[in-house]
Design a protein around this ligand. Structure first.
Ligand SMILES: CC(=O)N[C@H]1[C@@H](OP(=O)(O)O)O[C@H](CO)[C@@H](O)[C@@H]1O
Length: 361
């Protein structure tokens, strides 16, 4: 079975974490995000994957290589997929697709049953099937309206609240028939949601919706990334090969901890959860609340990190306070007793001198 992974986007909403890594390489429980979806596809028998790369593609190609390590044959598309849009980029692999194929974004975490989705598509026999989930606020997504046979009757990308006629939204997961290639123009910017699906509907071709109840989260924003982390600890999002459990050792009780290799923690107070990458060194009396800290980070005595994401190779000095919603880019140095206010993004490679206060706009 063949699949296509969309991995070329710039990940703007996750800046500054995407300054030096593309979104599919953002660590989630210390593994690149894309590994989870790749593994789920391999588990249902996908044996050939085309990864459509663009922004910082070398990082993805270096990590996933020819796919052997992941039990799958991986090919990468060349060229500038950013200009072509999601659907325009798949046009390039037209000649290589033999049968119905799965397409998925790489910035999502989901427990969707891909096998069931694929079988649904085969049974309905449409030209495309879009996997759908229910959300409270559909205005950030593509919204579908289904008839009783689950055929999509209308689809609107990011509608205004008054235009959103359902709360069933596009999850960025599709099954397509090779005939959709005929609808995609060559070398032109063409997007799945903005162009391809509207065109399928316009031409009166059968497009089906597959609503599912299993976990799905778009981790393209810092808040949804932290929410997915919490959901994994709560067991709502099931992560294969990763067991997340309650605190052990000399870490104070009260929160959940997941660490990579070679981490050193002293008396650390965890509130909610903390996820650490490899080689994170944490000084005495540090307080971490509902935060994710990437690899090679040092956090000195008495610092307080609340609801934040801390990039790789960051140094956090003594008594520093990082307030909720903040994101600290790779290699940043935050010197002793500084305060990073709520929702502040500290750019990669920044240096914040001691006792500084960085406030939101
Ligand atoms: C233009 C486009 O591809 N829009 C998709 C896509 O939105 P982004 O804002 O591009 O992430 O992913 C959403 C699911 O995460 C989906 O609901 C929407 O239809």
């Amino acid at each position: 079975m063949q699949a296509v992974l969309l991995a070329g986007g710039k990940g703007t909403r996750l800046l500054p974490l995407t300054v030096y890594r593309p979104k599919p390489m953002i660590p989630f429980f210390n593994r690149p995000l894309m590994e989870y979806i790749l593994e789920a596809l391999v588990n249902i028998g996908v044996d050939e994957v085309f990864v459509l790369v663009g922004y910082l593609k070398e990082k993805i190609m270096e990590h996933f290589g020819d796919g052997e390590e992941f039990g799958v044959e991986i090919h990468y598309s060349n060229g500038d997929n950013l200009k072509l849009g999601t659907a325009g980029a798949i046009k390039k692999i037209e000649g290589k697709i033999e049968d119905s194929f799965l397409v998925a974004s790489t910035d999502i975490l989901t427990n969707i049953n891909f096998k069931d989705l694929y079988e649904f598509h085969k049974k309905k026999d449409g030209v495309a099937t879009m996997a759908l989930t229910r959300v409270e606020d559909p205005s950030h997504y593509g919204v579908a309206i289904l008839d009783t046979d689950l055929r999509i009757r209308s689809f609107k990308e990011k509608p205004r609240p008054e235009e959103a006629l359902s709360n069933l939204v596009n999850t960025g997961i599709y099954v397509l028939e090779p005939e959709v290639f005929d609808l995609i123009p060559e070398g032109k910017n063409f997007d799945f949601s903005l162009h391809l699906f509207p065109k399928i509907l316009e031409e009166g071709l059968p497009l089906y919706g597959y609503p599912f109840d299993e976990y799905w989260n778009d981790v393209g924003r810092p808040s949804t990334y932290l929410q997915a982390t919490e959901d994994a600890f709560a067991g709502k999002l099931k992560l294969p090969q990763i067991s997340v459990g309650p605190l052990k050792g000399n870490v104070e009780r009260g929160g959940s901890l997941y660490t990579g290799r070679k981490c050193v923690l002293r008396k650390t107070r965890i509130i909610g959860f903390a996820v650490l990458g490899d080689n994170v060194k944490i000084g005495k009396n540090v307080k971490i609340e509902r935060s994710v800290i990437f690899s090679n980070v040092v956090i000195e005595e008495g610092a307080e990190i609340r609801e934040a994401i801390i990039g790789e190779n960051v140094y956090i000095g003594k008594g520093v306070v990082v307030e909720p919603g903040s994101v600290i880019g790779d290699n940043a140095i935050i010197e002793d007793f500084s305060r990073i206010g709520a929702n502040v993004k500290i750019w990669a490679d920044s240096r914040i001198g001691r006792e500084s206060v960085i406030l939101p706009d």
